[in-house]
Design a protein around this ligand. Structure first.
Ligand SMILES: [Zn+2]
Length: 442
């Protein structure tokens, strides 16, 4: 098993790199991953996996932060022009780009192991620096304002390789594997509607993997994460009334000042004794012209909490402060939920299993067990639901040398790191799904 998996991964590395570069060149953000999803789904179907797509895989009513219908239609056309399979994108109308792919193994009944992968890129304009590898090698993003600046292009490449290797072990394994390809991880938008559609129903074990992040250089691995911050993302529109700023300011209702009052006073929310909380207004806009009392304002904000309860506390208080600021300035407001996820913690037994596997791989020179994540990732939503149903889950970070931090326009990573990432995932699935059908696995 040892050398066979490593050799197979090494053999697939050039294909993984080619796939990652192709996806990087055609980067697609949340709910617009038509090309990426159709390419991955097509490949899994070729490998013998059974697909669950479109409205069966994404609960439309739970989708958050979705672009408007007309724009999405243009995006499907763009994706098809760039090589997406139209028979697959036809099922993804309206941004239903998430899907899952199932394979039953031949060794009889056993656990169902899900591996989750994110599909989306960031809203980042890629640098035109000629020294940036994607520019040097001709695979920088052709989609303006869209860049894989977090490495999810690499995640798709890795997961497709893992799916291929596991399909080749069909008669050695029992139970089943499910690959969950999730849209809109950025902004924590894609997991909840897929969970609602049933992506983790009947799942006993789940693993998610991120390249880099807390594993900052090649040779490092962080085997599990805890302390995922629960988060909520809101768009807030404040509605006032326009008036002549010189002649009749008394007739106006100043939405811009209401938004400013709300923004500064959000920091008056008392800290919570039970753990870390955050609130950030990342974007604040308002008004129309120099001599008009501003009738409109817009706030893009987020809250976070060390637990789901703490994030609930922050959203409750945030709603109260915004409501009070609007009352003071005699304005009204609307809140649209744009994203959000629960907190979470990897299962210790599964983290230990990953560490055992990593210790047997010479490529890893630094092996860290469970680590505080200190950020949000909506994989935690899927993992938490699996655990609530009695299963186990883990989130693994595989180190890669990087040219710049995640979400930076110069972000790039050492592609040789795709191989150990694939190897860890194959070995992890294998370690749970080999053996006798009757054997206890959790
Ligand atoms: Zn990411």
């Amino acid at each position: 098993m040892n050398d066979a998996v490593r050799n197979k991964v090494a053999e697939l590395l050039p294909a993984m790199i080619a796939c990652r570069r192709d996806l990087h060149k055609h980067a697609e953000p949340a709910w617009r991953e038509f090309r990426t999803a159709s390419l991955a789904a097509g490949r899994l179907r070729e490998l013998g996996y059974k697909l669950t797509l479109g409205a069966d895989a994404v609960a439309k009513k739970a989708m958050m932060g979705v672009p408007d219908e007309a724009f999405l239609k243009e995006e499907v056309k763009r994706a098809v022009r760039q090589g997406a399979d139209p028979s697959l994108t036809a099922k993804m109308d309206g941004g239903l780009t998430g899907f899952w792919a199932d394979l039953d193994f031949d060794g009889g009944p056993g656990p169902r192991f899900a591996v989750r992968c994110d599909l989306d890129c960031n809203d980042v304009e890629e640098t035109d620096d000629p020294g940036h590898q994607p520019n040097r090698e001709g695979f920088c993003s052709v989609n303006r304002g869209c860049m894989h600046a977090c490495g999810h292009d690499g995640h798709v490449a890795v997961n497709l390789a893992v799916a291929e290797i596991l399909a080749g072990m069909k008669d050695e394994l029992r139970g089943a594997v499910r690959f969950i390809f999730q849209p809109g991880e950025e902004g924590c938008r894609g997991a909840a509607p897929m969970v609602e559609a049933g992506c983790v129903r009947g799942v006993d074990l789940i693993a998610g993997m991120h390249l880099g992040f807390q594993a900052g250089r090649s040779g490092e691995i962080v085997c599990g994460a805890k302390g995922f911050l629960a988060t909520t993302k809101w768009d807030v529109r404040i509605i006032g009334k326009a008036a002549h700023a010189g002649a009749a300011p008394q007739e106006g209702k100043n939405a811009l000042l209401a938004a400013c009052a709300a923004t500064t006073n959000l920091h008056a929310i008392a800290r919570h004794g039970a753990g870390a909380t955050r609130v950030t207004v990342g974007r604040l806009e308002g008004g129309q012209g120099r001599n008009v009392i501003p009738p409109n304002a817009f706030m893009a904000l987020e809250t976070r909490g060390a637990t789901s309860e703490l994030d609930d506390y922050m959203t409750r208080e945030t709603a109260r402060v915004i409501g009070a600021a609007c009352a003071m300035w005699d304005c009204s407001h609307e809140i649209t939920v744009m994203g959000g996820t629960k907190s979470g913690e990897s299962s210790p037994a599964m983290v230990e299993r990953v560490a055992e596997i990593a210790r047997a791989m010479p490529v890893f020179t630094s092996i860290v067990g469970m680590k505080d994540f200190g950020a949000s990732e909506d994989y935690s939503h899927m993992m938490t639901v699996v655990q609530e149903n009695g299963g186990l889950g883990v989130y693994i970070q595989v180190g890669v040398d990087r040219k710049a931090g995640h979400h930076n326009s110069h972000f790039d990573f050492d592609e040789s790191g795709l191989a150990p990432a694939a190897e860890v995932l194959v070995r992890l699935v294998y370690s749970y799904l080999r053996g006798n059908p009757g054997e206890k696995f959790l």
